[in-house]
Design a protein around this ligand. Structure first.
Ligand SMILES: [Zn+2]
Length: 280
């Protein structure tokens, strides 16, 4: 059963909610602290555990993606990188110990910025880069036991890339938003594909868990910042943290009323596998 390509009612048979953070800027350390402070207050008030999945951005630099178009280059060593795991490492180690999940976040910058290249060429570049980055993450951060992945902007450039991700240990995808199909990705000349599924389903070795009963938080949104493409002052950051607290409390109330639980993807997968083993 565990290798079934069928969807499973078990993922959805109990009330659950995923709290996810896309941590992707230089504000990762303060962002983690801000989210954790909110989470701990709600946990104490509600008497409920709130494990979080942290999708941490790791990839090469913007300039490389925009300037270089040789797939061979992207198979090569990672010499420069945005390494969010390094930025938040002491905190992420503590979060891992307390039962949080650490995942990988990656934006297909080369794909959306290189209108001059064919889809096939861009997918070849992405395949080379994901294999190299994934291997590097496993080499540097084995202790995080990463198996979940989220594409930036929820944009999946090509589903064939999940075979590459599977080779570097990715077992769960958290990037599917069926309602985005056919819509533009940000301001780019690229549109979201039709989703491979609109409910949790294992396809080709990857569990696709579409965005439903899921909260999305960004590291930079929890703190004052000026990133050029996004800015807010301390007052706005405080409002964002308060809004998060209100929302988590409301979800905790709803889950409590139906004996539900906050889940991480790895916990959901472990539950799924145990359920499948029982049925064999
Ligand atoms: Zn992102």
């Amino acid at each position: 059963m565990s290798d079934s390509e069928d969807g499973s009612a078990h993922w959805t048979s109990r009330a659950h909610h995923f709290v996810t953070v896309d941590a992707e800027t230089c504000h990762i350390p303060e962002g983690i602290d801000a989210v954790c402070a909110v989470r701990e207050r709600v946990e104490a008030e509600q008497g409920m555990e709130i494990p979080i999945t942290w999708f941490i951005r790791f990839q090469r630099t913007w300039d490389e993606y925009v300037q270089i178009d040789a797939a061979d280059y992207f198979s090569g060593p990672i010499t420069k990188a945005f390494d969010g795991f390094e930025l938040g490492k002491p905190q992420l180690l503590r979060l891992r110990k307390r039962g949080d999940e650490i995942g990988w976040h990656y934006h297909a910058y080369s794909y959306v910025h290189r209108d001059d290249l064919s889809h096939e060429k861009k997918v070849a570049i992405l395949g080379a880069d994901l294999a190299a980055c994934g291997a590097e993450i496993r080499r540097r951060y084995r202790e995080f036991e990463i198996q979940s992945f989220r594409w930036g902007w929820f944009f999946v450039p090509d589903y064939s890339l999940f075979a590459v991700l599977n080779d570097v240990g990715v077992r769960i995808d958290a990037s599917i938003m069926p309602q985005l199909a056919g819509r533009k990705v940000q301001k780019f000349n690229v549109t979201h594909p039709v989703s491979i599924t609109d409910e949790p389903r294992k396809i080709g070795g990857t569990w696709f868990v579409p965005f439903a009963r899921t909260s999305l938080i960004h590291d930079y949104n929890m703190v004052s910042h000026d990133l050029g493409w996004s800015a807010q002052d301390e007052q706005q950051a405080t409002q964002s943290r308060e809004a998060l607290e209100t929302r988590l409390s409301a979800i905790a109330n709803e889950l409590g009323a139906v004996e539900g639980a906050f889940l991480t993807y790895e916990k959901a997968l472990a539950r799924e596998n145990a359920f499948a083993a029982d049925r064999v």
